[in-house]
Design a protein around this ligand. Structure first.
Ligand SMILES: C[S@@+](CC[C@H](N)C(=O)[O-])C[C@H]1O[C@@H](n2cnc3c(N)ncnc32)[C@H](O)[C@@H]1O
Length: 237
């Protein structure tokens, strides 16, 4: 077995155990893990998308129980490019989750390539931008408040390279969907069809404002080259 195979097997084993047995510890709320974490099948689709992207550098907002972070780590190990980096942002990892997600990342050996930033994304993302960090892709599953998702996408658009990928979880919530819609309608982001064939609503909250159903995860391709539109061209809806 090569080092790469061993690394991959270790990550896959931690992912499998997490999906089957749950995290080593969880918040004292009924069904918290199942409610909070990204389901395994969507994590598999996220991994496959990152592999197809041949991603080397990824920014993720919202660690919680690390199901999505482990899937992204698995993708980076499969792609096996020379300088993989995974920046994970979550201000509540210690206080709310007693480091459950980060400990899983460490068990999987992913702390070698991952950095946990313990600031809110509205503080961490501008810092990454100032440092000149350039990502191939991002996954957004942090605060679900409209204004905070909007700000996440504002900065990620400048951090992810032109033509790169931004994946949004929980697009079935009007707050998240409305924030993402602005970028789709005004800034040339295009939805990647069939990126999440299995991510259609499986919960009541999947019902949209007009009663229509929306998929949970949505993947966007950024325009290349990037551009700034005139304010006169603003499209509200
Ligand atoms: C739905 S959970 C993420 C689930 C995770 N993707 C998984 O698969 O387990 C949302 C996470 O966002 C974090 N969060 C909330 N507000 C945030 C903010 N302003 N910046 C970054 N993360 C935030 C929470 O602490 C929580 O861990």
């Amino acid at each position: 077995m090569t080092d790469t195979d061993e690394r991959l097997t270790r990550i896959q084993e931690v992912r499998r155990r997490l999906a089957q047995e749950g995290p080593p510890r969880a918040r004292d709320r009924e069904g918290d893990f199942e409610t909070v974490t990204v389901p395994e099948r969507h994590c598999d689709e996220l991994r496959d998308l990152m592999v197809a992207e041949r991603a080397e550098k990824v920014v993720e907002v919202g660690l919680a129980y690390a199901s999505s972070a482990l899937a992204i780590g698995e993708a980076l190990a499969i792609v096996n490019r020379p300088l993989p980096r995974h920046i994970v942002i979550d201000p509540y990892q210690g206080r709310e989750y007693a480091d459950a997600g980060w400990d899983l990342m460490c068990s999987a050996g992913l702390d070698e390539i991952a950095t946990l930033m313990l600031d809110p994304s509205s503080v961490a993302l501008p810092r990454l931008l100032t440092e000149g960090f350039v990502a191939d892709a991002a996954f957004v599953d942090g605060s679900h408040r409209f204004h905070e998702v909007f700000v996440d996408l504002y900065f990620l658009r400048k951090i992810v390279r032109p033509g790169g990928l931004i994946v949004v979880d929980d697009d079935w919530w009007p707050s998240v969907h409305t924030a993402a819609c602005y970028y789709e309608r005004n800034l040339g982001w295009t939805v990647i069809p069939d990126a999440f064939p299995d991510a259609f609503p499986d919960k009541a909250i999947g019902v949209g404002p007009q009663g229509g159903q929306r998929p949970r995860c949505k993947a966007f391709r950024l325009p290349d080259p990037s551009f700034e539109p005139s304010f006169e061209d603003f499209r509200a809806w």
